[in-house]
Write a new protein. Structure first.
Length: 211
């Protein structure tokens, strides 16, 4: 076969090769109703101006955690403007500035400049905006174990969950997603007192479910 023949060869095992893209969202997404309901129950108070609750989402790789949270966030945003949902991949965004830049981007439509703007200004703009518009903030920290390597986790959890002390009325919650089930996470005391998560478990799929 010549090079062009290889490039143009149209026989394939795949019905839809895009199904292997990292950001692919399956149309048919089954067997995760219980977990998505638990996520919805955590977020629901925020839909009516209340306090959303924190969760820790646990499951081996490829058990559908990322897909589930993305779908739930989509549904929340379809139904209300009162809750800002931000999905953050902690493998890509490992610093406090990087993470809050993603939140800023979601709220203001662009990332803040990387130089010259102190973290405190970005943080202040985010929290003031939430306060002024009476909106809650729910963030998903996917693969959150990456934040523990750099000690960023304590800071980010603290900044998020104790925001109400400086900005009264601001309501925030964290969905922390973990694929590494052996991973033992430990927070400082001042985070432990505000991060009291419910656990949402994603079990492995059975053979018939996979089929
Ligand atoms: N119940 C499901 N139905 C269809 N596709 C699924 C289901 N669960 C997972 N997938 C697919 O499997 C891949 C891995 O899922 P993902 O949500 O990234 O898992 P995790 O975040 O737990 O590693 C994705 O391509 C996703 O679309
Ligand atoms: Mg994932």
């Amino acid at each position: 076969m010549g090079i062009e023949d290889i490039l143009m060869y149209d026989e394939s095992l795949f019905q839809n090769i895009n199904a292997f893209d990292p950001d692919y969202m399956p149309q048919n997404y089954n067997f995760r109703d219980t977990q998505m309901e638990a996520m919805a129950i955590s977020i629901r108070p925020a839909m009516i101006g209340g306090q959303p609750s924190n969760a820790i989402v646990l499951g081996s790789p490829a058990t559908g955690k990322t897909t589930a949270i993305r779908k739930v966030f989509e549904l929340v945003e379809k139904n209300t403007e009162k809750v800002v949902c931000v999905y953050i991949n902690c493998q890509l965004h490992t610093t406090r500035f990087g993470i809050f830049s993603q939140i800023y981007k979601k709220m203001f439509g662009h990332v803040p400049p990387e130089t010259g703007v102190p973290f405190s200004r970005i943080y202040d703009q985010i929290m003031q905006n939430l306060q002024k518009n009476n909106k809650s903030l729910v963030i998903a920290l996917d693969d959150v174990n990456y934040l523990f390597q750099s000690k960023t986790a304590n800071k980010v959890f603290y900044d998020m969950l104790r925001a109400y002390e400086e900005y009264p009325g601001v309501k925030t919650a964290i969905f922390a997603i973990l694929s590494d089930l052996e991973f033992k996470y430990a927070f400082d005391k001042n985070v432990n007192s505000v991060f009291i998560p419910q656990e949402i478990h994603f079990p492995l799929y059975s053979y018939s479910e996979i089929e």
